[in-house]
Design a binder for this molecule. Structure first.
Ligand code: NAD
Ligand code: UDP
Length: 344
């Protein structure tokens, strides 16, 4: 058998769902963003060919500049609201991450946010069908809204306001889950849905107003730390490397892993506790100030990761102190620490 035939045979095996160690052709939409850039780096490191599709709405080419040295990496400027470009190679796998993710960004143009969720999902699904690729949707803990069940299991249907300021994102992501699920039922395309809980790490965007980046930047500049509300609301923060490990395991999983899977760190802390930890770790002289709690801000959030641990053998490995230390070092190395942190 010629090498070309051999490669074709092995790629076909991948498309039917069996695992192979052969390099794959993988598309990451939103690959120039925070999570996408880490995913691209991981996949390039494993020897795959990676096509990063991004319109640089919230991401930056600089996030993947180091990968451009590899001839297996391609950066394509494109909006996922349009069909994926015809000229690109056939993909074995598509990760759909393209969507503004922080409240500051997704609320700046809510109509567009809702439409990106819907049309982006449709476009990657049609492309996956054409290429025979498997496809993963980056969903979110936001689909649980302000949860009445704690911790959140995947079979909890959520408590989401359909007409609030967060709805464009929450309902957009819920619709995308529905489209992925129905598309798989009707077409046989292999889909995976990951529900991502709050994730942090290097390459978070300094201007996106998330609590970890805001508190670290405020502390590094000696500014006031802005706690919204009393600071009693909780979140569970996952270090980015742990999340990416979960992505890769879920994408490689067999048909027994059907339906959404939570990936997040179940260690839950209050926003007030997070502020204290960051002040201590940075040695900052900052004082804490309180600002109004945004509308529909979830009071509690913690993933139940039973499905991820039993089906994927996944568990987070990086403790909060270690992950925060890496993230603080990253922000300390940026010039942007001079710009003011963002508010909702
Ligand atoms: P991010 O804003 O850093 O990355 C999103 C990327 O998508 C950016 O590079 C942006 O330019 C790109 N993009 C946006 N709209 C696009 C469009 N129409 N066409 C092409 N590219 C587009 O955010 P992130 O934190 O890396 O999030 C990535 C994904 O993970 C998002 O889908 C988000 O909803 C999901 N998610 C993230 C978190 C988290 O804690 N970071 C939590 C839950 C879900
Ligand atoms: N938050 C805060 N101060 C900030 C930024 C955010 O107290 O400077 C709060 C925010 O109101 C929310 C929590 O921190 O309760 C997490 O906010 P983030 O935007 O990071 O994530 P999400 O609300 O989407 O979980």
């Amino acid at each position: 058998m010629s090498p070309q035939h051999k490669a074709t045979r092995l790629v076909r095996q991948t498309r039917t769902g069996r695992r192979t160690d052969m390099p794959k052709s993988i598309c990451v939409t939103g690959g120039a963003g925070f999570l996408g850039s880490h995913l691209c780096a991981r996949l390039i490191g494993e020897g795959h060919r990676v096509t990063c599709i991004d319109n640089f709405h919230t991401g930056r080419p600089a996030n993947v500049a180091a990968l451009a040295r590899s001839n297996r990496f391609e950066l394509v400027e494109h909006d996922v609201m349009d069909a994926l470009p015809e000229h690109l190679p056939a993909f074995d796998e598509i990760y759909n991450l393209a969507c503004p993710a922080s409240p500051v960004h997704y609320q700046s143009d809510p109509v567009r946010t809702a439409l990106i969720c819907a049309e982006g999902a449709a476009n990657v699904l049609y492309r996956a069908q054409r290429d025979g690729a498997r496809v993963m949707q980056a969903s979110t803990s936001e689909i649980y809204g302000d949860p009445e069940i704690h911790p959140q299991r995947e079979d909890y249907c959520g408590n989401v306001n359909t007409v609030g300021p967060r709805s464009c994102y929450d309902e957009g992501k819920r619709f995308a889950e529905t489209l992925f699920t129905d598309f798989a039922r009707q077409s046989g395309v292999v889909v995976k849905i990951v529900r991502i809980f709050n994730t942090y790490g290097p390459r978070m965007q300094p201007d996106d107003g998330r609590v970890v980046s805001n508190f670290i930047l405020q502390a590094l500049r000696g500014e006031d730390i802005t706690i919204y509300g009393e600071g009693q609301q909780t979140r569970s923060f996952c270090y980015v490397d742990d999340l990416i490990e979960g992505f890769v395991r879920l994408m490689a999983s067999g048909p027994e892993v059907d339906g959404p899977v939570n990936i997040g760190n179940p260690t839950e802390i209050t926003v007030g506790e997070l502020a204290q930890i960051i002040i201590e770790m940075t040695g900052a002289s900052s004082k804490i100030v309180h600002r109004p709690l945004p509308v529909d801000d979830p009071r509690r959030r913690r993933p139940d990761i039973t499905r991820a641990s039993t089906l994927l053998g996944w568990a987070p490995r990086v403790p909060l102190a270690e992950g925060l230390d890496k993230t603080i070092r990253y922000f300390a190395s940026l010039n942007q620490t001079l710009a003011p942190a963002q508010r909702h």
